[in-house]
Design a protein around this ligand. Structure first.
Ligand code: ARG
Length: 588
């Protein structure tokens, strides 16, 4: 379906042309005086210079052409030369009916579908998920869903950090605690046990302990570095331990992501691309791009137009070890080989921007990707506490994701049971659903690149620009529809009639924007645009709701029309919510 603004634009440009003016002057925008009209065209003012004519004259010439246009209730030329447009009730109703009758409420899939690899999540194995990983998961999941809704093939890859020093640290600490384990016997040739010699709880305690000790104890740190090296060289016992760590950790990660309604197609990680590194380094060196600098292998990536210094991209350290850049480059090599995507999009903390500038430039210079393969970086800002500093626990430690979710759910639960009699079990389940909306909407409603303040009280409020408010509105619609059905009515084959009051028109106008908003939001990789849209839509609905008798409406045709509009608004809201990565309960 065409966007409503394009339909209006079409009429206006045609009218400019018929009146003898350049069609391009007929561009229409949303009105900035919604009290006067819904859409407007300022083209007459711009055309005045070209045609040496008063803008109001031009505007009048144009409006004369539109006198009998069925789209408009009125088209007025007003001083000094604005054209104010008010839509006809029939046209708007017809647009609503078309939306309601189409599978996807008027959204057409893209005519150039792309294969996009979305690199998001990025948790580190054996380290607990913390709020820093929250944003990547939330924003990435939403982009994945938005892209799919628009008809692209989006492959989400969690890209585990599973190959770094943290592995060596855990192995070293385990050896301290349980030196008798068979994994540490160098001459052992038998099979290793299937069960891990630790639980996730132990693992989560081992890593911080090891990390803390390594900062104070140099000898310990060197042992951990050596263990990392040996693991990477393929020492059997360490490999077996590493497998256990991965297994235990991934099981736990999957559980946590599931609670966030986040799902990955690929569970690949840094370790998966190790086999590509030697060949990649050889090619870079053979082609002359990479050279030795104080023992390390580097590639120059700075460009003349740089305003900031872009240091060379380091491919191997002087001891031959691979780095973060190395694995990211090798991952590009693998992704091109296995998936041949049109685009790789990374959703990572914006503080890593320079890393990605280096990686992208190096990949391009070396021809690892094709000329038209897009490499994009969506850097997100920090989630801060109310003190404006990165979000911490009350004790000042790093907040674990699990605990954050628990706190939100507790708060939601309190609000839900307040003044209400509701079964404990139902209240808990609802609190989880609404809690998730609070976290996700709180995050997504901000432009991704900006820092934002995580404000528990505000995010969990049922009023204002929040997830719970959006859900509350959706549930309100659902319960009206449920009551209507309980009265013995069918929700099928209903027709939307022209609006009878202003708030109804306003609701229709807001609803009509859906296809434009969703396409544009993905284009700009901006989930916050969907958030602003549903906030406006929810406001329009609530205003309409307070002014309108719906179930009490006596004229049955009108009642059916109101119900049909509600169904459409519910579908739009629920689609948007789903694309953002959360859902609405039936009741709350
Ligand atoms: N594991 C990394 C971190 O915690 C994020 C990974 C982002 N993705 C990537 N391809 N580098 O900082």
């Amino acid at each position: 379906m065409k966007k409503i603004i394009d339909l209006i634009d079409q009429e206006m440009t045609a009218a400019f042309e018929k009146a003898g003016y350049e069609a391009s002057y007929g561009k229409v925008t949303l009105s900035n005086r919604p009290d006067l009209c819904e859409y407007q065209c300022n083209g007459a003012m711009a055309a005045a210079k070209t045609y040496r004519k008063a803008p109001i004259m031009i505007a009048k010439d144009v409006t004369a052409q539109l006198a009998s246009c069925p789209l408009f209730a009125s088209v007025e030329a007003v001083n000094p030369g604005f054209i104010n447009i008010r839509l006809a009730g029939e046209f708007l109703a017809e647009y609503m009916n078309q939306m309601a009758g189409s599978q996807r409420m008027g959204v057409e899939k893209t005519d150039s579908p792309k294969k996009i690899i979305l690199d998001y999540g990025g948790p580190n194995v054996a380290k607990p998920l913390h709020v820093g990983h929250l944003r990547s998961a939330i924003i990435g999941e939403s982009l994945k869903r938005m892209g799919r809704y628009m008809g692209h093939e989006v492959i989400g890859d969690v890209h585990l950090g599973d190959w770094g020093l943290q592995m060596g640290l855990i192995i070293t600490e385990l050896q301290e605690r349980k030196p008798e384990l068979v994994y540490f016997q160098e001459d052992y040739e038998g099979e290793y046990p299937e069960e891990a010699p630790f639980t996730i709880g132990e693992l989560e305690e081992i890593y911080p302990a090891a990390s803390a000790r390594s900062k104070e104890d140099e000898e310990y740190r060197n042992r951990a570095l050596e263990a990392t090296h040996q693991l990477q060289m393929g020492r059997r016992g360490y490999r077996a331990l590493w497998n256990h760590i991965l297994q235990v950790s991934v099981t736990d990660l999957k559980k946590n992501y599931a609670r966030l309604n986040v799902e990955f197609d690929l569970w690949k990680g840094e370790s998966d691309v190790q086999e590509y590194i030697p060949g990649m380094v050889k090619e870079l060196t053979d082609s002359g791009l990479a050279y030795e600098d104080q023992g390390a292998i580097v590639v120059d990536v700075k460009e003349e137009t740089d305003t900031k210094e872009v240091p060379p991209c380091m491919i191997l350290k002087s001891d031959g070890a691979a780095l973060y850049t190395t694995t990211d480059l090798a991952t590009i090599v693998e992704r091109m080989k296995l998936y041949h995507p049109d685009e790789i999009l990374y959703v990572v903390d914006k503080r890593q921007e320079m890393h990605f500038v280096q990686v992208f430039r190096c990949a391009r210079k070396a021809g690892m990707v094709e000329e038209d393969t897009k490499l994009s970086f969506l850097g997100f800002g920090t989630m801060n506490g109310k003190d404006g500093k990165p979000f911490k626990t009350r004790e000042g430690g790093v907040m674990r994701l699990e605990n954050l979710i628990r706190e939100i759910n507790e708060e939601m639960y309190r609000k839900i049971v307040d003044n209400r009699s509701i079964k404990e079990k139902d209240a808990r389940a609802t609190a989880e659903t609404v809690g998730l909306s609070a976290i996700k909407y709180g995050d997504l409603s901000n432009q991704a690149s900006k820092d934002y303040v995580f404000d528990m009280d505000r995010f969990t409020s049922f009023e204002g620009n929040t997830g719970p408010y959006i859900l509350y509105t959706t549930v309100r619609i659902k319960s009206i529809l449920a009551k209507y059905r309980e009265e013995g009515n069918s929700l099928e084959d209903l027709k939307i009639l022209p609006f009878a009051q202003d708030s109804e028109k306003a609701l229709m106008l807001e609803t009509a924007k859906f296809n434009g908003v969703i396409a544009n939001a993905f284009e700009d990789k901006a989930p916050h645009k969907i958030c602003s849209y549903i906030y406006e839509l929810a406001n329009a609905f609530n205003r309409f709701y307070h002014e309108t008798r719906i179930l009490g409406e006596e004229n049955q045709d009108r009642k059916r029309s109101l119900i049909a509009l509600l169904i459409l608004v519910r579908d739009v809201l629920e689609t948007c919510i789903d694309v953002l990565g959360f859902s609405a309960p039936e009741k709350m």
